[in-house]
Design a protein around this ligand. Structure first.
Ligand code: SF4
Length: 290
């Protein structure tokens, strides 16, 4: 099996700089990205600098955007990250942005001035998996973070001048906790007011603990119609100033919107889709790769 390199769709054109591989946590019950596929390993500064030297030889000075690969960049020491960011800006002086994934757990462990120094060194945006704002669901799914931490981390990141992009996983409460999922997620999104909100849809891979629960019937998956209804309820509850994207292969709908101005139109669009009798018959996707 080849290397697992994950990046957001918005970073499709970015230079991927491998800072670490695998996941330093790897316990979320719904996530099969790295389970049984890749061990956690941090690359040394020399290895990372070497990647950048090779990229410079290939592309010259003018690479516009860089994405640091790894599931949780802020779990690494601040000085290490600043050394990497400095080398990136020296290598590509006209760079537009550097972005990465981060967890709320590790971001909140950084002091505000450490985050500000990361921003000064060129880190422009952090992508973070909220998944759900419900503490009950976060605990059930072993996310390792509670809603309060996500709100605090999101606010701290924004105050440091770094953009935050939060990811919501539709369907994560299953049939039993869909209302709880909507309520908690709306609450966290409204309190954090992130720059970007990206919706993904739960897709169960066989290498996840949740797969077994689905087979045993203890976790009941939502049908596509119910997923769209769940998202409609979330969207209707949002009071944010965010760009919203349904742009993942797992999603049943493909759209983007700018809130608050596009909120009435987005709710009407979702209501129209739900009122269409064909929506009840959309088949589940059941992707085998993510
Ligand atoms: S969702 Fe993120 S933190 Fe959780 S196991 Fe997957 S990569 Fe690791």
């Amino acid at each position: 099996m080849g290397r697992v390199l994950i990046r957001p769709p918005s970073e499709a054109g970015s230079l991927l700089v491998e800072v670490f591989q695998g996941c330093n946590y790897n316990q979320c019950k719904f996530c099969g990205i790295y389970k049984g596929r890749e061990q956690f390993k941090v690359f040394g500064v020399e290895e990372i600098f070497n990647q950048l030297n090779v990229a410079k030889k290939m592309y010259g000075d003018y690479y516009g955007t860089v994405f640091l690969t790894g599931s949780d960049m802020t779990c690494l020491p601040t000085e290490f990250l600043i050394a990497v960011l400095n080398k990136i800006s020296q290598t590509f002086p006209s760079l537009e942005r550097v972005t990465c994934y981060s967890s709320a757990r590790s971001a909140i462990a950084k002091f505000p001035d450490e985050l500000a120094r990361l921003r000064e060194a060129g880190l422009k945006r952090m992508h973070m998996g909220l998944e759900s704002g419900s503490d009950k669901i976060l605990k059930l799914m072993k996310k390792g973070t509670l809603s309060k931490t996500i709100i605090q981390a999101g606010r701290r990141i924004k105050e440091a001048g770094i953009q935050i992009s939060l990811y919501v996983l539709l369907g994560l409460g299953g049939k039993d906790f869909t209302e709880e999922h909507v309520r908690g997620t709306v609450e966290v999104l409204n309190q954090t007011d992130p720059d970007f909100i990206r919706f993904r849809t739960l897709n169960i891979l066989p290498n996840t603990p949740l797969y077994q629960e689905v087979k045993e019937g203890t976790f009941k998956l939502l049908r596509p119609y119910e997923i769209i209804k769940e998202q409609r309820e979330m969207i209707a509850g949002l009071d944010v100033h965010s760009e919203i994207f349904n742009d993942h292969v797992s999603d049943y709908l493909d759209f983007e919107a700018k809130f608050p101005e596009d909120k009435p139109l987005t709710v009407r669009l979702l209501d129209r889709i739900l009122a269409d009798p064909r929506t009840k018959f959309i088949p589940p996707k059941e992707l085998t790769e993510m």
